[in-house]
Design a protein around this ligand. Sequence first.
Ligand code: FMN
Length: 192
Amino acid sequence: MTTQKEIIKIRKPQPDYPVMKAINDRFSPRYFSDEKVKSSDINLIFEAARFAPSGWNFQPWYFYWAKKGDASYGKIISCLAKYNRFAKTAPVLIVACFIKKFKGKKTYYRHDLGAAVMSLVLQAQHLGYYCRQMGDFNKNKLVKLFNIDINHFPFVVIALGKLGDYKNIDNKLLKRELDPRPRKKDFVKKLD
Ligand SMILES: Cc1cc2nc3c(=O)[nH]c(=O)nc-3n(C[C@H](O)[C@H](O)[C@H](O)COP(=O)(O)O)c2cc1C
């Protein structure tokens, strides 16, 4: 039987330099615990997104979220690609949207949403939660189901929660979880 400890050992980053704890602990699991996300923590997590930098300070992002048990939760799950439906163990699902224009000006929407999402993810990690972002879902279906504002473009769904205990995980999913996510090292060049 695989334990949570073993999963953490395999999936946790192994940085060459002592990066900050939230980065050092973060990975994207596919298996979450039933434990609820406290509402005070939800507030903190979105607050971190709010203070992300953005081009011209346009803040071209918008988040919709639902917790397990809400009618909307199942609807979000139904929009995910089948292989992403592992997300059904997560106590919270967040739909992160970008906004292409602000006061008639083009925003740096993908970049800025990425910054806001990463702030959110790291704040969550700092509080002991894990996130997995999923870009593969039926965006048109989601927009229709929730009658989403025409200016909000769903880009990733984020599964959020505490890490599962992995004792009852099915074998197929476990196999995917045991796959380490190595990082390339050749990505920085000092210019003369
Ligand atoms: C924009 C974006 C889209 C992603 N889409 C998916 C997805 O559809 N399904 C999935 O299982 N993981 C998805 N991921 C998670 C990545 O596969 C994961 O972050 C990557 O393999 C690195 O692993 P780590 O986050 O555990 O370090 C996505 C991540 C990002 C940032």
